[in-house]
Ligand binder design. Sequence first.
Ligand code: SAM
Ligand code: DTB
Ligand code: SF4
Length: 364
Amino acid sequence: MSETRHNWTKQEILDVYNKPLMDLLYEAATIHREYHDPNTVQVSTLLSIKTGGCPEDCGYCPQAARYHTDIEGNDLMSVQQVKAQALRAKSSGSSRVCMGAAWRNVKDGPEFDNVLEMVRTINKLDMEVCCTLGMITENQAQRLAEAGLYAYNHNLDTSEDYYKDVISTRAFKDRLDTIDNVRKSNVTVCSGGIIGMGEKVEDRAGMLVALSTLDPQPESVPINALVAVEGTPMEEIEPVPIWDMIRMVATTRIIMPQTQVRLSAGRTDMSREGQAMCFFAGANSIFAGDKLLTTPNPDVNEDMAMFKLLGLNPQKPFTKVSQPKTVEAKDSKFSSLGEKPKWTRPEHKIERNEAAKVKAKLAE
Ligand code: SAM
Ligand code: DTB
Ligand code: SF4
């Protein structure tokens, strides 16, 4: 087996990314087959448990309160609503539910207690549970782990350099700190990013340096293509070419051989042929269901037809890591600390974010 390296340099990653396509595909597919069944793809369903009204200024995100987008905001869903959606996801072939909240960070209190109950409920349905709730402390990660959380998603999104052009309300280091907090628990790490935000290929490589030098590397790495949503600062960016997506997936597979590489946002714009190339290049997970968090995703039936056509099978839950045990709230070893961590607020000016904010004000 090829070794898993944690010392990849940006130049080495660029050299991989820029290989002649046939060489890149062959190398990625070979490594993919060493570590994974190439005909198995893990299927996750996203559930936006709290939508919109987010205080952050992420330039790609339709849920940031400061931009004017057409999404419908919602308060935290109830545990019963979440259970019903998880059952639907299970019956349509998903092995994982990923619950997303438009929060900057998790605050201890009744809402987080409800999220913990959602985690317990889904784990008891024998599905993998993932959460993406923004920045969290070590204590919060431990409480999620006790509830039975399988994975925590926290994307680096781009390189440290380009991060400053995308977000001003938190720093790259805060993201790394949250990942570190998750690592101190038994919860697996899901972290990746977005391509097609106007970044250079060097930034894509820079992000992959940051992810691949984590030790251990993330258990899953989502690669999103930007979904350019009207009203966000990135509304006018042209869709990223499929070739960039294929190169990014292949490079991720080569430098992180053991990880599940998830072909994430942007699949509605990809042909079946394009997606098939991504699976060949090492993608072995997707988000299924007709909605991501707020934007469209291919219909489940369409995806199942694609799986049939390509001879792909959905991965069973807990194939890679065993099922966590759920500890009930009354037996919990970790109580709420009510901490008020000092996450960073750089607040530098990003021209296009400022312009989108002004435009939104005028539209009010
Ligand atoms: N608020 C939490 C956070 O930012 O960590 C969790 C939810 S947030 C929507 C999760 C991830 O979705 C982001 O880190 C980003 O990678 C991805 N995302 C958000 N908007 C996107 C878009 N328009 N296109 C592609 N990916 C997007
Ligand atoms: C990830 O990397 N992509 C997902 C999930 N993790 C949370 C989110 C994609 C969101 C796309 C824009 C939207 O639907 O709001
Ligand atoms: Fe908020 Fe997350 Fe969207 Fe950023 S990506 S605006 S933190 S919901």
